[in-house]
Design a protein around this ligand. Structure first.
Ligand code: IFM
Length: 721
């Protein structure tokens, strides 16, 4: 079995949404969905741009899909040769995870189309395709290769004022509706055949048209180079896109491919986990690492990663807590510059978080639940549409999921604890922690003189239970945030003047004195037989099975949460909550506590979020439930191999790739199975290898150096690289 190759036989348009995700190519700047070159908008093609957002009318803001410069469609005797129309005798799609190469082969009676393409990891604006067609029959061929503007948008259209330029390089220039960001796509080709050439342009795009007579046994090859730039990158995006294409064409497809593949080799040298003993698992781990690595913002120093990566516009292309909790760990241990970029994004969007806190009448930093450019909140008050009434449902993620600020503070502190590096804290990280802590002081609403401070009307990670009091996860993360703020004084003990200046700049004197007061007064959780209540009153809810709750659904797409959701009145939870906290702050709990809570909550968890299984797997490793850990690992790691995960929340499409699970797979393998831990750059391991794995080996970045960890059932070794 090739553990680097995902392959699928056959083509069913019904799978197009899911396959577009599974066969995604991306490089952090953009993502190209895994659909055939000739696909029209019905098959959800997209070149999704990172960090470029737009709003159409009063619909949700979402990322922009650029015009697609790799569009190619062939006609034989006037008949379009498309994978989706049922005429192919065979169709294969493949994705080479090692080098990020998508390929397809489609066999028609008259000819066979084979192509391979990539989104360059070596040159962030470049995409390239090698398209080959081998004829079996005599006839007239028309081949169109150009820039398609027939875009799939969830809440679009977003691009207006199209302007095309033709010549050796085709260009499509346009602007976004809201902020008038200029977007340009360019394309040029290298054909190894003679043909009559012309250009066609209309509202669907601009295309070069090749016409010629073909004979059996003839193979024609077209190499396509395309590029995308926006005015956020440069002043003249059209010119830059044209230049990029021309340079790529001059270098040739093979050289561009070689540079791209070499870049991927470097990424694997830094991050690959080799898993031996189970090939399905090895494939799933490669898939997970591919999908997370391919959406990392390597071209930037202050960007983060959307919750559905660059697989489309789902979840508004927004940055969630997924970044800090699930993406950050793999990067901080393997490619710290990327982890730093994720955190810089938060540092640079502090003002957005301050604006949000002020909007709700609070001080400090209340980060966006769904953060877009500048930290703007993308989450609406009506984030789900009811499948029965088709009405928007009032959801409270935006205003009540206050743990988000503490999650960000947690990652900033982890950066310091893991790497020992203080520069990020000095360069804005400390300010973020202090402002997050200040938000919780003001959220406590002046109740600091009472003995117990409740945090009421919140939502923890389990989104099915809304507006609860004393969410254990939320309270403990707040406590951790307050402690982190206090710890800053110790961290900068040798720079007292700088720290005093920072407090002065933030006018923090009064708040500083209150940090420890609130820390000590946050209400303790309710408990029963060693099980911690997820929130006050949780044990009073109906205690029934997951199957019972599922049997109450009247529509498979029905939303389980909210006022009328089937889960809200029961103890069934959406995703890891108390257990997520035990995974994030392991030193606060004994093995017995983890075991008692794991045993109680796991059967009551739907795992309705792709963020759930990973947390249960990590804690299962700790308490020696290795068979369950293995099962949860496979569930996590295989999600984008199988195209799993929930596709609908009410009437809202939530499909896409699952970077949180992708990061989760790395976390389970490295932090769970290997028991990796790094403190101030010093490594240790504490292996808990499931029987299915015979060997686990992976690199880790420690300061300027790198180590390799090798684990087997005979023991563990750490060596310098
Ligand atoms: O951040 C998550 C959230 O916890 C559950 N719903 C999906 C979000 C994005 O992955």
């Amino acid at each position: 079995m090739n553990t680097w190759l995902l392959q699928k036989e056959g083509f069913d348009p019904k799978d197009a949404a899911s396959d577009g995700n599974r066969f995604l190519c991306a490089n952090g700047y953009m993502g190209l969905r895994g659909v055939p070159e000739e696909a029209g908008s019905a098959l959800f093609p997209a070149v999704t741009l990172a960090g470029v957002y737009d709003q159409y009318q009063d619909k949700w803001r979402e990322p922009v899909n650029a015009p697609n410069g790799l569009f190619v469609r062939t006609y034989f005797n006037g008949q379009a040769m498309t994978a989706e129309d049922g005429s192919p005798r065979a169709h294969t799609t493949a994705l080479d995870y090692r080098h990020g190469i998508y390929s397809r082969k489609t066999d028609f009676a008259a000819a066979c189309i084979a192509s391979r393409r990539f989104v360059s990891m070596a040159s962030p604006h470049l995409l390239a395709d090698e398209y080959q067609i081998s004829f079996r029959q005599d006839g007239e061929m028309t081949l169109e290769a150009g820039i398609s503007c027939d875009l799939w948008d969830i809440n679009g259209p977003h691009l207006f004022d199209y302007h095309f330029q033709t010549g050796e390089t085709l260009t499509a220039s346009c602007v976004t509706g809201q902020k008038k960001i200029a977007v340009a796509a360019a394309q040029c080709v290298q054909a190894d055949f003679d043909a009559e050439e012309s250009v066609r342009q209309d509202e669907t795009g601009v295309f070069r048209v090749f016409r010629r007579r073909v004979r059996p046994g003839e193979t024609l090859t077209l190499r396509v180079f395309a590029a995308v730039y926006t005015s956020l990158d440069t002043v003249d995006p059209a010119d830059a896109a044209r230049d990029c294409c021309r340079q790529a064409k001059a270098a040739g497809f093979s050289d561009c491919l070689r540079a791209h593949a070499e870049s991927w080799e470097k990424i694997w040298a830094l991050s690959e986990i080799t898993l031996e003993g189970d090939e399905e698992a090895a494939l799933a781990l490669h898939a997970s690492q591919y999908h997370l690595n391919c959406v990392a913002p390597r071209h930037a120093r202050n960007m983060s990663i959307p919750a559905r990566g660059l697989s489309g516009q789902t979840y508004k292309g927004a940055i969630f807590w997924d970044s800090e909790m699930f993406f950050f760990p793999m990067f901080v241990y393997t490619q710290p510059e990327i982890a730093r970029s994720l955190l810089r994004y938060r540092i640079e969007t502090l003002d957005g978080a301050r604006r949000k806190a002020a909007e709700y009448g609070y001080r400090g930093a209340f980060y966006a639940w769904e953060s877009q450019e500048g930290g703007e909140e993308g989450c609406t008050n009506f984030n789900v549409v009811d499948v029965f009434t088709h009405r928007p449902v009032r959801t409270y993620f935006r205003d009540k999921q206050i743990h988000i600020s503490a999650d960000i503070a947690y990652a900033l502190r982890s950066w310091y604890e893991i790497t020992g590096d203080r520069t990020l804290l000095r360069e804005g990280g400390a300010k973020v922690i202090l402002e997050c802590a200040r938000f919780y002081l003001s959220r406590a609403n002046g109740r600091l003189d009472s003995e117990r401070v409740d945090f009421a009307d919140v939502i923890g990670p389990d989104e099915y239970h809304e507006r609860v009091t004393n969410s254990f996860f939320t309270n403990e993360m707040i406590r951790h945030c307050l402690e982190s703020a206090l710890l800053l004084k110790e961290i900068f003990a040798d720079q007292p003047a700088w720290f005093a200046e920072l407090l002065k700049e933030l006018d923090y004197e009064k708040d500083w004195a209150l940090l420890s007061v609130l820390r000590d007064r946050i209400s303790p959780p309710q408990e029963r037989n060693g099980v911690i209540a997820q929130f006050d009153g949780y044990f009073g809810l109906e205690d029934c099975s997951l199957d019972t709750v599922r049997s109450r659904l009247r529509d498979p797409r029905e939303y389980w949460g909210g006022d009328h959701g089937v889960a809200g009145v029961t103890q069934i939870i959406k995703q890891a909550d108390v257990i997520a906290l035990m995974a994030l702050l392991p030193e606060r709990f004994t093995d017995q506590q983890v075991a008692a809570n794991w045993g109680y909550y796991e059967p009551r968890t739907e795992h309705g979020s792709s963020l759930s299984a990973c947390m249960y797997a990590l804690t299962a490793c700790r308490i020696g439930r290795l068979d369950e850990a293995w099962e949860l690992f496979m569930k996590t790691a295989q999600i984008d191999v199988l195209g799993g995960g929930k596709q609908w929340a009410g009437e809202i499409y939530i499909g896409g790739t699952h970077p949180a699970s992708n990061g989760g797979a790395w976390m389970i393998a490295a932090l769970g199975f290997a028991g990796l831990r790094m403190r101030a750059g010093k490594l240790s391991v504490n292996p808990r290898l499931p029987r299915q794995i015979t060997r686990l080996s992976f690199p880790v970045a420690t300061g300027g150096k790198r180590c390799r960890i090798d684990i087997s059932h005979d023991g563990a070794a750490i060596s310098q690289l």
